[in-house]
Design a protein around this ligand. Structure first.
Ligand SMILES: *[C@@H]1O[C@H](CO)[C@@H](O)[C@H](O)[C@H]1NC(C)=O
Ligand SMILES: *[C@@H]1O[C@H](CO)[C@@H](O)[C@H](O)[C@H]1NC(C)=O
Ligand SMILES: *[C@@H]1O[C@H](CO)[C@@H](O)[C@H](O)[C@H]1NC(C)=O
Ligand SMILES: *[C@@H]1O[C@H](CO)[C@@H](O)[C@H](O)[C@H]1NC(C)=O
Length: 498
């Protein structure tokens, strides 16, 4: 999946970022640092230690950056272990094990699943897209917490959108602001990115309009998605001219020179100047969920085109001011939206109001400014840790605090309280049942492809989430018993029991 590729390249960037960070902090020792070489897969395997245990207890893993508040002097073999269940995301290389020194305490992190049942392994981190109920690490040990990292679309795994699916996790990093380590603005590199001057002047846009360029751009090649966006855009196209270049609803072809770049996720200059000629960009996310916002939204803002958006219902909370985005769902119909866009297209003063935020003093949203200011991770920013490293440190610190509280409590139960259990809830990731992009469910033909796919996927995910809860409740150690547990639940439901 494209998102996955992006994330992995991000991990590499992050590793480089971290090295640079260490480099800066240890500038005086820089002679002693290893070369930054990119290892190919074979070399990497050769570098991998044979046993996680021997590596963790005896190696002298070079410590990464140590925060100024970190007074943790424990040796590697005394530290709690955090296991990355999704090894492909392990944000360190080479090797599969590393000591991390976070801002106040330290841990060992590893991607070696051999440590799953160890006493010292206090937490397991999962990547949401790859999380499968039938492969979960069981039995679920009482002393272990589970942590969820999921920055991608809700469509990648609807198990996490249901209460029983999300509450098995203790810590979360998701796009939702309510999650423990929120990644809400992950697609927005910086305030400067938003404030970048308008790429194509209104005068030029109007000239291009006279030459026949449509006012609205649509560019989408992932057509079969839960938000069912094409159904809406198709209706909208009846009332306003839309140039549609992607595979979905295509009615125009890209110039030869751009065909290769259109699928790239990077911001290739020629491609960027091609799309920035349009006054409006249709920006519909592939899945609908509060706070799920991607580059589809931020990129037109960056270029000075007005996004016509559907995705997060609370998108206005993060916009630079109260007139920088056109929210599809505030219009009663595609026709009403088309009429509004046509009015803006013919009225320059009304159109430019949407671009006022390019002037810093019109950026009035303090929630946005504070979030950008206070986040500790960076987007393509070498001077900051990336969010994978940030989240593992969050988990590490939580675990060290919990262990300390448990020790204090068992030493002196009169004076100290036991640590309170902590678990995620629906607000950390929950996303609603997919609904048709336009019209009502009951009006769709029985053989409608979208209807046969997404609502079903959503409800099946709920069954799996409940099945996994049942596996955990019964202290099963074989996750492939999931199907049996799901069947039992279904039978009990049919009998009216719970
Ligand atoms: C694309 O379709 C829309 C709506 O059907 C139409 O307004 C527009 O002119 C079409 N463009 C091309 C190049 O066919
Ligand atoms: C972690 O979550 C599980 C499942 O919700 C819960 O039973 C457990 O008490 C939690 N652990 C901690 C340490 O909070
Ligand atoms: C769910 O989690 C959020 C954030 O962690 C918390 O503020 C809220 O009280 C929780 N809601 C419920 C119903 O437990
Ligand atoms: C759960 O199962 C494991 C091994 O499969 C066992 O060691 C443990 O004691 C069991 N826990 C409970 C609460 O029964």
């Amino acid at each position: 999946m494209a998102g996955r590729g992006r994330l992995l390249s991000c991990v590499c960037l992050a590793v480089f970022g971290l090295l640079c960070w260490v480099w800066v902090s240890l500038a005086s020792l820089s002679d002693g640092l290893p070369h930054m070489e990119v290892l190919d897969a074979e070399e990497r395997t050769a570098f991998q230690p044979q046993s996680a245990l021997s590596d963790m207890e005896f190696s002298s893993v070079v410590s990464t950056y140590r925060g100024p508040g970190n007074r943790d002097r424990r040796r590697n073999k005394e530290l709690p272990i955090v296991l990355w269940w999704t090894g492909g995301l392990f944000p360190h290389f080479p090797g599969d094990t590393e000591r991390i020194d976070c801002s106040t305490s330290s841990c060992m992190v590893t991607s070696n699943r051999k440590v799953q049942l160890y006493k010292r392994t206090t937490s397991i981190i999962f990547y949401g897209t790859d999380f499968r109920a039938y492969e979960a690490p069981l039995p679920r040990l009482r002393h272990q917490t589970w942590a969820l990292f999921h920055e991608e679309s809700p469509m990648n795994n609807y198990i996490l959108s249901h209460k029983p699916g999300i509450r098995i996790f203790n810590y979360t990093a998701t796009f939702r602001r309510e999650s423990d380590y929120a990644l809400t603005l992950q697609w927005l590199p910086s305030l400067e990115y938003l404030l970048q001057p308008v790429a194509v002047s209104l005068q030029e846009k109007n000239r291009l309009r006279k030459e026949g360029l449509a006012p609205v751009l649509y560019m989408q090649s992932h057509c079969d998605v839960p938000s069912d966006r094409d159904r809406y855009v198709q209706e909208l196209m009846k009332y306003i001219q839309v140039d549609s270049y992607g595979k979905c609803l295509n009615n125009k072809s890209l110039p030869e020179r751009l065909v290769d770049t259109s699928t790239a996720t990077g911001e290739e200059a020629q491609f960027m100047s091609f799309v920035s000629r349009y006054k409006f960009h249709l920006a519909l996310e592939n899945g609908l969920c509060p706070d799920y916002m991607t580059e589809k939204l931020w990129r037109p803002l960056h270029q000075g085109c007005v996004p016509v958006y559907r995705g997060s219902a609370v998108v206005a909370d993060w916009m630079p001011n109260d007139h920088s985005v056109i929210v599809i769902d505030t219009f009663p119909s595609p026709k009403a939206l088309a009429d509004f866009l046509k009015r803006l297209d013919e009225n320059d003063d009304e159109y430019v109001r949407y671009l006022e935020f390019k002037d810093r003093k019109h950026v009035t949203n303090t929630r946005l400014l504070e979030a950008l200011d206070s986040r500790e991770w960076g987007v393509n920013d070498m001077s900051k840790p990336n969010y994978l490293n940030g989240f593992e440190c969050y988990v590490c610190e939580q675990e060290n605090a919990r262990l300390a509280a448990e020790r204090a409590y068992s030493k002196d139960p009169q004076k100290n309280l036991p640590p309170q259990p902590k678990m995620a809830n629906y607000s950390h990731m929950g996303c609603p049942l997919p609904s048709p992009g336009y019209g009502e469910l009951q009006d769709l033909p029985a053989d409608d492809g979208w209807m046969q796919t997404w609502p079903q996927d959503y409800w099946q995910s709920l069954d799996q989430a409940e099945g996994l809860e049942s596996l955990i409740r019964h202290n099963e150690s074989n996750p492939s018993l999931l199907w049996k547990h799901m069947q039992n639940l279904a039978v009990n439901r049919a009998r009216g029991k719970h």
